[in-house]
Design a protein around this ligand. Sequence first.
Ligand code: FO1
Length: 309
Amino acid sequence: MNADVRVTVLAGGVGGAKLAHGVQRTGADLTVVVNTADDTRLHGLDISPDLDTVAYTLAGVVNPETGWGRADESFTTLETLRSLGEDAWFLLGDKDLAMHVARTAHLRAGATLTEVTARLAGALGVRARLLPMTDDRVATLVDTPAGRLDFQEYFVARRHADEVLGLTYEGADDAAPAPGVLDAVASADVVLLAPSNPFLSIAPILAVPGVRDALATSSARRVAVSPIVGGQALKGPAAAVLASLGHEVSALGVARLYAGLVDVMCVDERDADLVPAIRDLGLEVLVTDTIMGAGPGRERLAHELLESA
Ligand code: FO1
């Protein structure tokens, strides 16, 4: 019904995937620009967790309990790796491993991440454009009291329990936006900043040279959805990271980060009291139920965001 409305979603993992799924269900012409600074290499394989989370979600094959990985998964290969003495701490299912094997093979043969992503997402049946933020290597490094950690070491191996003292998006300054990314931000009708972690998911995308400017000067209506509801993160360490980096843990704290980059801040009904302060930042505010459950809830939120735009 909205096939002529071009919507670009800036997304990290699970929250970004759910919102993109909602937009897909509205029938809009969807492009998703995905964080790749969580990417890692394990067992010799190139793993792009956020790209895969979005692809699996849009294809309808994601594990509904975790929001990442595949549904109806088995772990025979991982268990066998462990029996061979390998340190297999990152849960890679057998079906999921096939994705990493194929990605790694194509990258080693000289394909770009953009090309491999289009090919694999297409094979899964995804019709939306799925774009990595860059084809270059960018890595989020997390400074903690235990030292500097690779992202997945911080996030999965140590269960994001360490205090975050600082973040570095290594390689970002020298990275180029992937083909299509700047155009998707500059010339969409609507750009949505998903309720993903502002520092761990959205900031790495904005750190790729050109992306922040493209968003700031885009002709699109730009709407950000707060990942903080009632002072708590919807998922993961967003609240802890905001607090430890000195930001207010609220939708207002998130709005301060995005002021100047978006037109509209979408906050949950529980945060309606923050509306005047967010308006004072020069932002319009959409107040609604931002909790996305399964498909219908995602589509409802996407409809409201597109209507407000
Ligand atoms: N998250 C976890 O908490 N534990 C895991 O073992 C894990 C494995 C995993 C494998 C493939 C994949 O695509 C994602 C995976 N995730 C896992 C999620 C992922 O590491 C994070 O949610 C994102 O990087 C943060 O956006």
